[in-house]
Design a protein around this ligand. Structure first.
Ligand SMILES: Cc1cc2nc3c(=O)[nH]c(=O)nc-3n(C[C@H](O)[C@H](O)[C@H](O)COP(=O)(O)OP(=O)(O)OC[C@H]3O[C@@H](n4cnc5c(N)ncnc54)[C@H](O)[C@@H]3O)c2cc1C
Length: 463
């Protein structure tokens, strides 16, 4: 096999981690190739963040249309045109894919289709549709992503027992859907399908929905989901899922059996990296995840790993952050990852959930003495005007240091507020020094921030 070319940096995988690292390396003057075995843009663009948010936006528009009469707008009956919703989603992802490919190439990055395997340090073999190609790589960035975790009790058949990938591509609205796993992806897809008329049941093994956040978040979401017709069965584990004629019967460990047309298994994702690469390099692994240090270096010199493949955040913007660090270090710089808790978490449910920093539960587990400021959307002028009155923001302050430790929010559009909330953490500013535009939903954040210092303007004095 002839050596086709040699690059300063070869990036494997073109998701948010891989393409961002490739562009940054090129901007820093390196010759760069990015290899992709599937569709350019990775999970995020093709079967993750972007298609799910496109469907959520259509579903939300439908809900708003159904509530329009109470805003004084008569539009008759609103119904879902599912093929159009799917078509719109496809057009959005297709458009971005084209734009992203052009952007990457315009930076001088060579896009190489095929499966890349590292055969030895500085050597990458690419399996293509035709003959394999070997390229040289002074540095390698592994950005190979992740895949949905499969349950032994409910193995994927990709038609009736499906993963999030198939759930985003269903050609027809299922009459009923059981979602195993009440985390981020399960809850977001529950909102999509409940809005378009599917009877949705979530089965969650832990004690609440969105279990990575504080308990109040899960309780509030469960209450709001009920209004959407979503039933949440918490503290319930699946014992078996059996396909019957045109449906699936799910037996729960508690003895109950439930049935639906389809079952979505969304119990998390696990890092992936090709076995050949792991073996050839002798990569240190932690289960399926590649072990890296704070510079995103693996145990092998000149080999970096980022994004879902390292199993840190399983978030696109986590992958972006790690890509910045790896790209800088692969091109002669000296960068380190900062505090992971400052990478915001966002869930695009109805209502949305977002948080940054350490939530109250984590602070208390760490023995920190904290006080929690609270403010409610129902007391905010803009939120009431929008008829979006559900939800609350909590700002956690450590008493001794007076530092803001974290912010947790549930409410409409809080995923847009969380980047602003990030600025509060570690800041020495006090609420009175910072002006928030009025009337805006962001004032709920200010009010909660004030309350954390016991200087809330719009709360009645404590008795
Ligand atoms: C339904 C869903 C919704 C999501 N929503 C959000 C969200 O709203 N916000 C958010 O932050 N995150 C979200 N995520 C998570 C987000 O998609 C991932 O965290 C992100 O895509 C990880 O980026 P990555 O670059 O590490 O990997 P990926 O995006 O998975 O990309 C890895 C790429 O590497 C390629 N690859 C693997 N091995 C090889 C090889 N040997 N050779 C060549 N190519 C290879 C794969 O084909 C893939 O294209 C969502 C995920 C899902 C499934």
């Amino acid at each position: 096999m002839a050596m086709a070319a040699s690059y300063d940096v070869v990036v494997i995988g073109s998701g948010p981690g891989g393409y961002a690292a490739a562009i940054r390396c090129a901007q820093r003057g390196a010759s760069v190739a990015v290899v992709e075995k599937g569709v350019f843009g990775g999970t995020c663009l093709n079967r993750g963040c972007i298609p799910s948010k496109a469907l959520l936006a259509s579903a939300h528009t439908l809900l708003l249309a159904k509530r329009a009469a109470m805003m004084g707008v008569e539009i008759g009956s609103a119904t879902a045109n599912w093929p159009k919703m799917q078509g719109r989603k496809e057009a959005i992802t297709g458009g971005f894919r084209k734009g992203l490919t052009g952007l990457v190439e315009s930076n001088g990055v060579k896009i190489m289709p095929g499966r890349a395997i590292v055969t030895a340090p500085k050597q990458v073999k690419i399996e293509t549709d035709t003959a394999p190609v070997e390229i040289g790589a002074e540095n390698i960035i592994l950005a190979t992503g992740s895949e949905p975790i499969e349950l032994a009790t409910a193995a994927f058949d990709r038609e009736t027992i499906i993963s999030s990938k198939e759930a985003l591509e269903l050609q027809e609205i299922p009459k009923s859907l059981i979602i195993i796993g009440g985390g981020i992806i399960g809850c977001e897809l529950a909102c999509v399908y409940a809005a378009v008329g599917t009877k949705v049941t979530i089965v969650e093994a832990l004690s609440r929905l969105i279990p990575m956040e504080d308990e109040w978040v899960g309780r509030l979401i469960e209450r709001e989901f009920k209004k959407l017709g979503i039933e949440a069965m918490i503290n319930q584990k699946v014992a078996a899922a059996d396909k019957t004629n045109g449906s699936v019967r799910v037996a729960l460990e508690g003895g109950e059996t439930i049935e639906a047309e389809k079952v979505l298994v969304s119990v998390g994702r696990k890092a992936v990296c090709d076995e050949e690469t792991i073996e050839a390099l002798g990569l240190e692994m932690n289960g399926p995840a590649i072990v890296v240090n704070e510079k995103m270096e693996t145990n092998v010199g000149g080999v970096y790993a980022i994004g879902d493949a390292v199993g840190t955040t399983y978030l696109a913007h986590g992958a972006f952050a790690e890509a910045e660090v790896a790209a800088e270090n692969a091109t002669g710089g000296d960068a380190k990852m900062g505090d992971y808790s400052l990478i915001p978490r966002a869930v695009y449910t109805f209502p949305e959930v977002a948080s940054v920093g350490k939530c109250e539960g984590v602070c208390r587990e760490e023995g920190l003495d904290v006080t929690v400021g609270r403010a409610f959307f129902k007391a905010n002028g803009r939120s009431v005007g929008h008829n979006e009155t559900v939800g609350e923001i909590r700002v956690v302050r450590e008493k001794a240091s007076e530092k803001i430790m974290g912010v947790t929010m549930v409410g409409a559009a809080v995923t847009e507020l969380v980047a602003g909330a990030r600025a509060l953490i570690g800041s020495r500013e006090r609420p009175a020094e910072v002006s928030f535009p009025h009337p805006t939903v962001s004032e709920v954040l200010k009010e909660a921030w004030e309350d954390a210092f016991d200087v809330s303007l719009h709360k009645p004095p404590r008795p």
